[in-house]
Design a protein around this ligand. Structure first.
Ligand code: CO8
Length: 374
């Protein structure tokens, strides 16, 4: 058996930022247009008027201030309200591949490695640009990696589940080195015209290089243990699949193919599940809360993270102990905890222990306990 270690991480951040102010202005303009269009039906009491969104609500309910997106103009155009992404020719790299390649190169550079050193690419994300060939195989080809690649999807937990899969293969010796990459174009599956969720998501790609610990050339994080759990729930759902299903009246319901959630229920049900999962995982590995130097949590909601941090540590987390990036990136699904890890882990000292945790649709929760070396 070999010991796996995280030797490099990389983050691709899109160029375009949307602030809450810009988002709310676009949403409210759309709302006014819709209400004007439906004025007669609204006056007759047949249609409910749409309500404005508010910056204050978004910040208070979620902690989000900005989000990065792959296309800004479409999202902010009240007559469009979705990203307008150019369809790629079959012989061009896909959009997810371009994002992933950038993140992977940064992870390889940080580890002092090149593509020839890698045996496996796992593209772990909550949405994939196409069904097949696997995005991972396209990334593998774009980077010039031998070995193999495959796609996997566990929604927001894709990265930690991918890390477990890669770490287990490294432990057993079937691969020597793996890239787990999470290109998330959440803007493509978000209903930007829905006031309840239009502020939630952003786009990004993260990559994590995992190698045998003896192959590490610089500072690295030994993977002490991983744990994954799932429990079926309809409270976060996206019905977009390969079947073109229509309603009884023959209409294809576009909303049915986008992100849907019952946010309040998610909040209530996922918090205890995650807190218990982390505490049980730590207990079975003999890690006390006092031993934990950092928590890199899934980035969906600030209140949620504050709650989990307090529950796991048994006290209010101190500044920097549980870094949030959601104020800048919003919820980037599987990439969130890896962005936090990538940006806030360099300062840990030899022997410091930390925990990466993701949670979300499924429900799913994945945790990775790591120890700093070097
Ligand atoms: N502006 C102003 N008011 C608003 C707005 C708005 N934009 N939206 C709602 N309100 C109003 C509501 O109408 C409601 O009014 P009233 O009290 O009169 O009924 C009031 O504000 C409160 O609304 P909510 O109860 O909905 O508000 P919450 O406080 O619950 O906050 C949140 C909403 C932020 C969504 C919160 O519930 C939350 O964060 N929940 C957990 C979410 C979560 O973690 N989800 C995980 C999903 S991600 C995942 O697993 C990956 C899926 C793949 C993603 C990729 C595709 C995109």
């Amino acid at each position: 058996m070999y010991t796996p270690a995280i030797t490099g991480t990389g983050v691709f951040t899109p160029e375009n930022v949307i602030t809450n102010a810009e988002l709310v202005t676009a949403f409210n303009a759309f709302t006014d247009k819709q209400n004007a269009k439906n004025a007669d039906a609204i006056a007759a009491g047949e249609v409910e008027p749409m309500q404005h969104s508010s910056e204050e609500f978004i910040l208070k309910a979620s902690g989000i201030q900005n989000r990065y997106v792959m296309n800004k103009s479409g999202v902010l155009d009240p007559d469009v309200m979705h990203p307008q992404l150019r369809q790629r020719a079959d012989d061009e790299p896909g959009i997810m591949t371009e994002m992933a390649v950038d993140a992977c190169k940064k992870a390889l550079e940080q580890a002092g490695r090149s593509a020839e050193d890698v045996d496996l690419v796992i593209c772990a994300a909550s949405n994939h640009e196409r069904a097949y060939p696997a995005i991972a195989i396209e990334i593998q080809q774009a980077l010039g990696i031998k070995g193999f690649g495959f796609d996997m999807n566990v929604a927001c937990s894709s990265a930690t589940f991918g890390i477990q899969a890669a770490a287990d293969m490294i432990r057993s010796g079937s691969v020597r080195s793996a890239l787990v990459v999470n290109p998330e174009i959440c803007s493509g599956h978000l209903e930007w015209r829905d006031r309840d969720c239009h502020f939630i998501f952003g786009d990004v790609a993260t990559a994590t290089l995992i190698e045998r610990i003896e192959d590490a050339t610089g500072p690295h994080f030994e993977i002490l243990s991983t744990r994954c759990a799932t429990s079926f729930s309809n409270n976060i759902r996206n019905n977009n699949g390969f079947l073109r299903r229509s309603r009884p009246d023959g209409v294809i319901d576009r909303r049915d193919m986008q992100f849907m959630q019952n946010g309040r229920k998610v909040f209530k049900e996922v918090l205890p599940m995650v807190s218990k999962h982390i505490s049980d995982h730590m207990a079975s590995e003999g890690v006390a809360s006092g031993d934990l130097k950092r928590l890199w949590l899934h980035q969906a909601n600030k209140t949620m993270n504050d709650f989990i941090g307090k529950k796991v540590l048994g006290r209010e987390p101190e500044a920097g102990e549980q870094p949030n990036i959601l104020q800048d990136y919003a919820n980037t699904s599987s990439a969130g905890s890896i962005i936090a890890f990538s940006k806030y882990s360099d300062d840990l000292a030899e022997g410091d222990v930390g925990l990466i945790c993701s949670f979300g649709a499924g429900y799913s929760v994945g945790s990775v306990i790591v120890k700093r070396h070097g």
